[in-house]
Design a protein around this ligand. Structure first.
Ligand SMILES: C[S@@+](CC[C@H](N)C(=O)[O-])C[C@H]1O[C@@H](n2cnc3c(N)ncnc32)[C@H](O)[C@@H]1O
Length: 247
C-alpha cells in the first residue's frame, strides 16, 4: 500500500495556514470562476445534493459555497490542520447545524472510517490539497473517494497540477506572484513585488508539492471506474477535474 509522503504535515504549521488564508487564497487567479464552474457541474450532474464532503477544506471556502446554494445539504469539513478546522468552525459559528468538522489526515486510508460514519456522499470536493501526496497515495485516495460516493455521486478536484515544461511552470509562478501582489496592494499592503516573490519562492509549501499532470490523474480516475472524467477547467497549474461514480 502506498504511503503518505509526510509532506502534508507542513500544513500543521499555524503560520503557513494563516498566511495562506490571509494572503494567498483571495489572490488565486480565477478563484470565483472556479467556484462557479464547480457549482454548475454539481447542478448539472447531481442537483439537490444532500451530503457533501470537503476534503482538505481549509477554512471551508468550497463546502460553504455548496452549502450556500443547497441549504438543505449537510457538509463534512475535513482537514489535517487544527488552525484550518478552527477557521472553518469560526466561519460557521451560529449556523453550524448542517456542518461537521473533522481533524483527520487523508494521507492514511484510515480517514475513511470517521468520514464514512456520516454515510455515503452525493458530492466530494477538494481544493488545492491532494498534491502533497505521492502519486501512489493519490491513486489510493481517489479509490477511497470512489468508495465513499453514492452511485451517481460526483468528485470534483480543484487541484494544483504540474506544468508541461519548466518554462510554463515559470510563467505560472510569475503570473501567480503578480496576482498576489495586486491583491496585497488592493488590501493596503505596502509590500513590494520583490518581497512577495521572495516569500513565494521561499515558501516551504512549494517544496512540499508533488505535482502530477492533469491528464494522467484523469486516466487514474477512469481506471478506478469514474465516468465522464475530464479536466473541466484549467489555468496553467490550477485544474478542476473529476468524474461521476456510475449508477
Ligand atoms: C491550499 S489549502 C486549500 C484549502 C481549501 N480547500 C481552499 O480551497 O482554499 C490545502 C489544505 O489541505 C489541507 N491538507 C493537506 N494535506 C492534508 C491531509 N493529508 N489530510 C487532510 N487535510 C490536508 C491543509 O491543511 C490545507 O487546509
Amino acid at each position: 500500500m502506498a504511503q503518505s509522503s509526510g509532506k502534508d504535515k507542513i500544513w500543521k504549521r499555524e503560520d503557513l495556514s494563516k498566511r495562506y488564508l490571509e494572503g494567498v487564497r483571495g489572490a488565486i487567479p480565477l478563484a470565483d470562476y472556479q467556484i462557479r464552474i464547480m457549482l454548475m457541474l454539481i447542478e448539472k450532474m447531481r442537483d439537490d445534493p444532500r451530503k457533501i464532503l470537503d476534503l482538505g477544506c481549509g477554512d471551508g471556502i468550497l463546502g460553504s459555497a455548496v452549502l450556500a446554494k443547497y441549504p438543505k445539504a449537510s457538509v463534512v469539513f475535513l482537514d489535517i490542520s487544527d488552525t484550518m478546522i478552527k477557521a472553518a468552525m469560526k466561519k460557521f459559528s451560529g449556523r453550524g447545524k448542517n456542518a461537521v468538522f473533522l481533524t483527520e489526515d487523508y494521507g492514511k486510508p484510515s480517514w475513511t472510517a470517521p468520514a464514512g460514519k456520516y454515510g455515503k456522499y452525493d458530492v466530494i470536493i477538494s481544493g488545492l490539497s491532494i498534491h502533497h501526496q505521492t502519486d501512489g497515495r493519490k491513486k489510493g485516495l481517489y479509490k477511497e473517494i470512489f468508495g465513499l460516493l453514492k452511485p451517481g455521486g460526483i468528485f470534483l478536484n480543484l487541484e494544483h497540477v504540474s506544468s508541461a515544461t519548466p518554462r510554463l511552470g515559470h510563467i505560472w509562478n510569475e503570473y501567480f506572484i503578480d496576482s498576489i501582489y495586486k491583491y496585497h496592494r488592493a488590501s493596503g499592503s505596502k509590500k513590494t513585488r520583490k518581497e512577495i516573490a521572495s516569500t513565494y519562492y521561499n515558501n516551504p509549501l512549494l517544496e512540499a508539492n508533488i505535482l502530477a499532470p492533469v491528464d494522467i490523474q484523469c486516466a487514474w480516475l477512469r481506471k478506478i471506474g469514474f465516468k465522464e472524467v475530464d479536466c473541466y477547467l484549467k489555468v496553467f497549474e490550477l485544474a478542476i477535474f473529476g468524474g461521476i461514480k456510475p449508477v
